[in-house]
Design a protein around this ligand. Structure first.
Ligand SMILES: [Zn+2]
Ligand SMILES: [Zn+2]
Length: 187
């Protein structure tokens, strides 16, 4: 009994490799992105195409998957909230072990960590998720030196580098203003 759905876009069928070590197959396919691929501030929109360019190769223990996945990312700058659109290409490499290969008792701990084939089907989704998340910056920015937003009015400073306020200061910001003044005086 397999828990994998052979019709799922990220479930790959390796049966035509016939478990003969050395036999390879190229697999180029566009699939719909699963939900929550990436991180909240930068992700592949669900339903967007992910372009897979893979090689499946039968080896002694299982099937080795190598290749790339390419997709469009959307998100927003963590400093100024400007929307970001970017392309990502991630490398994929994973050995999927045949699920009916017998292991010694001592291998049991290791057993949970390896990716397995189920009825010669493999699930690419966990590998794809890990690879995408690892490739993303934790703090996406619209540009490397994004100056962020004006603390007084929320204007995007990258659009208006000479931005300033002459008018009366909101009392809530007065303390901060005094602090900034002190720093300037020290220079
Ligand atoms: Zn920004
Ligand atoms: Zn302002």
């Amino acid at each position: 009994m397999s828990s994998l759905d052979p019709r799922a876009p990220l479930v790959l069928d390796t049966r035509e490799l016939g478990r003969r070590p050395g036999v390879q197959r190229e697999l180029v396919r566009d699939v719909e992105a699963p939900t929550e691929l990436g991180i909240e501030v930068l992700h592949v929109p669900p339903g967007e195409q992910v372009h897979l360019d893979l090689r499946l190769e039968a080896v002694m223990e299982g099937v080795l998957v190598t290749g790339t996945a390419q997709a469009t990312l959307v998100g927003e700058c963590v400093r100024c909230l400007e929307s970001i659109e970017d392309e990502i290409v991630v490398d994929l490499q994973e050995l999927y072990v045949y699920d009916d290969i017998r292991h010694d008792q001592s291998d049991e701990d290791l057993d949970d960590e390896v990716s397995k084939l189920e009825d010669d089907l493999l699930d690419l989704e966990p590998l794809l998720r890990d690879a995408v998340v690892l490739a993303l910056p934790f703090q996406p920015l619209c540009q490397d030196d994004c100056p962020g937003l004006c603390v007084e009015c929320g204007a995007r400073l990258a659009d208006d580098p000479d931005h300033g306020h002459e008018a009366a200061i909101d009392p809530r910001w007065a303390g901060l203003q005094a602090l900034q003044q002190d720093e300037q005086d020290e220079d």
